[in-house]
Design a protein around this ligand. Structure first.
Ligand code: NI
Ligand code: MN
Length: 227
């Protein structure tokens, strides 16, 4: 079956691929826009990009219920292990691991990463996933950086970019990011959760499509992309 990505609001994505569910940055129970609660979400793997509450909030809960393997930086894996998480795949920036459903590379992100209890959360990251239909880049929380060009050189089927502004790139820099990345498809993330990061995703999509060949998906929380 084709890989499907479902936007669960904010920076949370569920990727169904190769018979597994990969959950990215689970923030469900306290998210005003999540279409599903943490007790109902499926997960075989959980990817955590950095230590902020709106990315790590439900990770331990879901991993402990489902037995999912957490993939994150070393510091966040250690922190989650102390909360009972049994299976982790610790990594650091630039490193890749091969999992049964595809390769995961931890990419740069210009952001911060302190965990909710004040524990240092290592370096923030994005993810580059090698899936059967091609490579998917999730920028996660980051500002614009020119090395996105290097990520784009790998050839991207899809780029998932924050557009919320204030804590991450806003629409203008996300458009520049889309140009550096040159992905076949682009979708916006990390906006609309609260008023300070409200954005018009349809207007942004129209700008990207007017300036590049990429197809831009505009989703509501719960909406899907089929690769
Ligand atoms: Ni953050
Ligand atoms: Mn965030």
């Amino acid at each position: 079956m084709a890989t499907q990505l479902t936007w669960l609001g904010h920076g949370t994505w569920s990727i169904a691929t190769g018979g597994v569910h990969v959950l990215v940055d689970p923030f469900l129970d306290d998210s005003p826009t999540a279409p599903i609660k943490s007790g109902d979400v499926q997960a075989d793997y959980i990817l955590v990009s950095h230590g902020h509450f709106d990315h790590v909030a439900d990770a331990a809960k879901i991993a402990n219920r489902t037995g999912a393997t957490v993939v994150s930086n070393f510091e966040i894996c250690e922190w989650l292990a102390k909360q009972g998480v049994k299976k982790t795949e610790p990594m650091n920036l630039g490193g890749s691991i091969a999992l049964p459903w595809g390769k995961v590379k931890l990419t740069l992100a210009h952001h911060s990463s302190v965990l909710p209890d004040g524990t240092p959360g290592g370096n923030p990251s994005g993810f580059l996933l090698s899936l059967p239909e091609g490579k998917v880049y999730l920028a996660c929380d980051t500002g614009l950086f020119y090395d996105m060009k290097l990520i784009g050189e790998e050839g991207l089927a899809l780029a998932v970019l924050p557009i919320g502004d204030r804590f991450t790139m806003g629409p203008d820099d996300a458009l520049r990011a889309a140009k550096l990345l040159g992905a076949k498809r682009v979708v916006a993330s990390h906006y609309g959760t609260w008023p300070p990061i409200a954005q018009d995703a349809a207007a942004w999509a129209a700008r990207v499509e007017a300036e590049m060949k990429s197809k831009v998906d505009v989703l509501e929380p719960g909406g899907k992309i089929i690769l």
